[in-house]
Write a protein that binds this ligand. Structure first.
Ligand SMILES: C[S@@+](CC[C@H](N)C(=O)[O-])C[C@H]1O[C@@H](n2cnc3c(N)ncnc32)[C@H](O)[C@@H]1O
Length: 341
């Protein structure tokens, strides 16, 4: 699977998987995963919560030096030796979740929204309610304010999307039907998310808006009842900094699952041959009935290389899965299942 920030890999351990290998081109993502692994190995639940639940920890530097740094891979250690201050709780960007490129964007947007009392009131209500009907009403009135000048103009800028981790090729997929602007696309995404899922449990948006999680609404790996279960299996996770293709080329074990997130959107326009190669590798490294999970800004799976459809069938119930999507930034969630030979 892609590492991203490692939360998904840790959550999968709760399902008692055999082994997980995480791969990411970006060493920073692996460093974040590695720090989380170190907290499970040599920290305790409260420490994990302060670092990654609250996003800040008193004396982070000392704790890092005395308890965590020895458990890190050299590349992660090099990163955190310089960046452990992210957990100090700065004057402005008060938590870890407001650091890094997308953190700056989250901080800036949340500051803007919080500085407008009528917006702030509605967003606080939206992210606290369990009542879907009430939520629809709140969202409707919020929508008018959110999707008007100047936020609309900002959302349509490529540079802002780059901060959010949306590269140009993905932006092109969003606008692939001609006139659709990013702001229209986002409006549609927010509508689907907030009309179907209670805001009170939407930690994906809460963490960006408030800069931290709460114990009632957070990823599974941050829940106290899962701490020991994850700690007992932490050695099942390995990771490497490289591309999926480079990793698969070296690997000769069959995989049961591949979790690709949205990264194929990054390849479609610019590197179709890499995408082609990737699916050849996935096909040859798959075990029987292997599953490939991904999402995309495209409207369906038709952007995939043609040969994929000879070897994989697509799970038909994607619309039901999409309804539970609490991020809602993608038009399509795909689950490809390897055909029996
Ligand atoms: C694709 S982004 C997805 C983030 C997005 N918000 C999501 O959850 O769907 C996740 C990570 O994939 C990594 N990545 C992108 N293309 C990759 C590739 N070909 N091989 C390995 N990692 C890749 C990026 O460095 C990034 O850290």
């Amino acid at each position: 699977m892609l590492t991203s920030a490692g939360c998904n890999a840790l959550d999968y351990l709760i399902e008692s998987v055999d082994r997980i290998h995480c791969v990411d081109l970006n060493y920073r993502q692996n460093a974040v995963l590695d720090l989380k692994l170190a907290l499970f190995k040599n920290g305790d639940y409260n420490m994990l919560w302060e670092f990654f639940g609250d996003g800040k920890k008193n004396n982070a530097k000392d704790i890092y030096k005395n308890k965590l740094s020895d458990f890190l891979q050299p590349e992660s250690k090099k990163f955190w030796d310089l960046k452990i201050k992210y957990f100090d709780g700065g004057l402005f960007r008060k938590t870890f979740y407001y650091r890094g490129a997308s953190g700056i964007l989250a901080w800036w947007v949340s500051r803007y929204l919080k500085s407008r009392p009528s917006l702030k009131k509605k967003i606080d209500q939206l992210l606290a309610t369990e009542d879907l009907l009430a939520q629809k009403i709140i969202f409707k009135s919020l929508e008018k304010q959110l999707f008007s000048f100047p936020l609309n103009t900002i959302m349509n800028r490529l540079s802002v999307l780059a901060l959010a981790g949306v590269p140009k090729s993905q932006f092109e997929l969003v606008s692939s039907n001609g006139t659709e602007k990013t702001s229209d696309y986002l409006k549609d995404c927010f509508q689907k998310t907030f009309n179907n899922n209670p805001g009170a449990k939407n930690y994906f948006y809460q963490v960006y808006y408030y800069g931290k999680y709460t114990k009632e609404s957070c990823p599974e790996y941050l829940k106290e009842e899962n701490f020991e279960k994850i700690r007992g299996q932490i050695e099942k996770i390995t990771f490497s900094t490289e591309s999926i293709n480079d990793y698969l080329k070296k690997s000769d074990i069959p995989f049961t699952h591949f979790v690709l997130l949205d990264h194929m959107d990054w390849l479609v326009a610019n590197q179709p041959t890499i995408l082609e190669e990737q699916w050849n590798l996935i096909n040859s490294r798959s075990s029987k009935h292997s599953r490939v999970l991904f999402r995309s800004a495209a409207k369906d799976q038709s952007f995939l290389p043609k040969h994929v459809f000879n070897n994989f069938s697509f799970y038909p119930g994607v619309e039901d899965v999409q309804k539970n999507d609490r991020v809602g930034m993608y038009r399509y969630t795909g689950l490809a299942i390897k055909n029996p030979n």
